[in-house]
Design a protein around this ligand. Sequence first.
Ligand code: SF4
Ligand code: SF4
Length: 81
Amino acid sequence: MFECDMCGCCCRHLDMSPLYKELDRGDGICRYLDGNLCSIYQTRPLICRVDECYDLYFKKEMTKQEFYELNYKMCKKLKGE
Ligand code: SF4
Ligand code: SF4
């Protein structure tokens, strides 16, 4: 399972991808972010769901672990680590 520490960094940098345009409140921050948490977590869009995105779009391209590693790398970058 993907290990997210709920820092909220990815939800504050939506302007890095046009895929998240609909969620961006205008300053790169998601309109549904409440503190560090997603206020619509149970019904969040597909693009916010790591495992479901993998199953639908990346399964044939790489292993799940490889996909996780790419995501962890982006998490670190967003956190400035
Ligand atoms: S940046 Fe990574 S660890 Fe932080 S909330 Fe997003 S997915 Fe989780
Ligand atoms: S919908 Fe939720 S998980 Fe998706 S970017 Fe917004 S706050 Fe983050």
